[in-house]
Design a protein around this ligand. Structure first.
Ligand code: HEC
Length: 323
């Protein structure tokens, strides 16, 4: 074999082995970066889930508040209005039209939640009036633990008069026997809740940071409308500019911008708004997606509608999707 060929083979093999060593180092380096990051993420998730589970088992020390509940035709009618309209309790996916428990709200992959039976066939026979007030205002259950998912922040503004009317209505519903639906909370949902992203899951913790502010007496003013509009923020976002609900399944309809921006309600009149509520038709003739709970919202009375509209007009005009 000529000398030169052996030499060049030698140096070729050497440079190949140097290249392999370099590559091996890079691969090992990359692998350790991946492993360290994966461990950091896993630890982060583990701590967040643990913190969530601990918080949901925490006993909150919120004193009970006695309210006088008088059962009359008027209080039942007012309570029914709150339950079926601005409160949204009697919604099919919440507590059901008969308040005997709702159909599960499917947020998979985040999880699934179901509203319990509130009639005397369910929790109605277990909770005292004062315990009902506490659970609505603070999201704290009879045993002191936190509710999951229930939008107490949309209801805690109700005046004592309205709360007691709501309880009067609830107490006079026929008993329903229906087994409770599933509550399954996925890891991602728990982590999001701890990070304050998306729909609130750990209600008592949230309410402890946002103590109830009571509404002024009902009047067709933006000040009152601010409270009526609490029921819109879960979907339209706290700035009302809409956009996908964080973490919601991709096939879930996307709430619109309802601020006075050009991507929102800039060119809408109050009568356009009323047509939407009553008929589910937008000014351009399009039909509103059935995801928005018009069955409840169309029952708003004229004071609530005007108050809500006035409030929506006072919002800062924001582009779509700045929830
Ligand atoms: C359960 C979720 C949900 C709630 C609660 C909700 N909305 Fe909506 N809303 C939607 C979705 C989704 C759309 C978009 C539907 C579509 O485009 O067909 C929408 C659309 C609208 C529109 C039409 C905007 C446009 O430009 O087309 C208006 C107005 C509106 N909502 C007002 C309200 C108000 C006011 C409230 C509270 C009283 C409210 N919504 C509560 C989900 C909701």
């Amino acid at each position: 074999m000529p000398k030169g060929v052996g030499a060049s083979n030698d140096s070729g093999a050497r440079s190949l082995s140097i290249r392999m060593t370099v590559w091996r180092k890079i691969a090992l380096g990359a692998l350790s970066v991946v492993l360290v990051s994966a461990t950091a993420v896993a630890l982060f998730v583990w701590f967040q889930v643990r913190a969530f589970d601990k918080s949901i088992e925490k006993a909150w020390d919120i004193p009970l508040r006695e309210l006088e509940v008088t059962i009359t035709k008027q209080t039942i009618a007012r309570g029914r209005h709150i339950s079926e309209s601005i409160g949204g309790c009697s919604n099919g996916e919440c507590h059901g039209a008969d308040l005997g428990g709702g159909t599960p709200i499917d947020m998979r992959p985040l999880g699934r939640v179901s509203g319990p039976n509130l009639t005397s066939g369910g929790l109605g026979s277990v909770y005292s009036d004062a315990e009902l007030v506490r659970v609505i205002e603070y999201g704290v259950k009879k045993d002191g633990h936190s509710l999951r998912f229930m939008p107490s922040f949309e209801l805690s503004w109700l005046s004592d008069e309205d709360l007691s009317a709501l309880i009067a209505f609830l107490r006079t519903r026929p008993a329903v026997e229906r087994a409770p639906g599933p509550i399954e909370l996925g890891v991602l949902w728990k982590v999001m809740d701890r990070q304050g992203v998306g729909v609130v899951l750990d209600v008592a913790r949230h309410m402890a940071q946002h103590a109830p502010e009571k509404a002024p007496p009902p009047a067709p003013t933006a000040e009152y409308g601010y409270y009526v509009a609490r029921t819109c923020i879960g979907c339209h976002g706290s700035t009302m500019s809409g956009g996908p609900i964080p973490g919601a399944p991709p096939d879930m309809p996307i709430p619109a911008n309802i601020t006075p921006h050009e991507t929102g309600l800039k060119n809408w009149s109050f009568s356009d708004f009323e047509v939407l509520l009553d008929q589910g038709i937008k000014p351009d003739g399009a039909k509103l997606d059935a995801f928005m709970p018009l069955a409840a919202l169309s029952h708003m009375n004229s004071v609530e509608r005007q108050a809500l509209w006035r409030y929506l007009r006072t919002l800062q005009a924001r582009p779509f999707g700045r929830r």
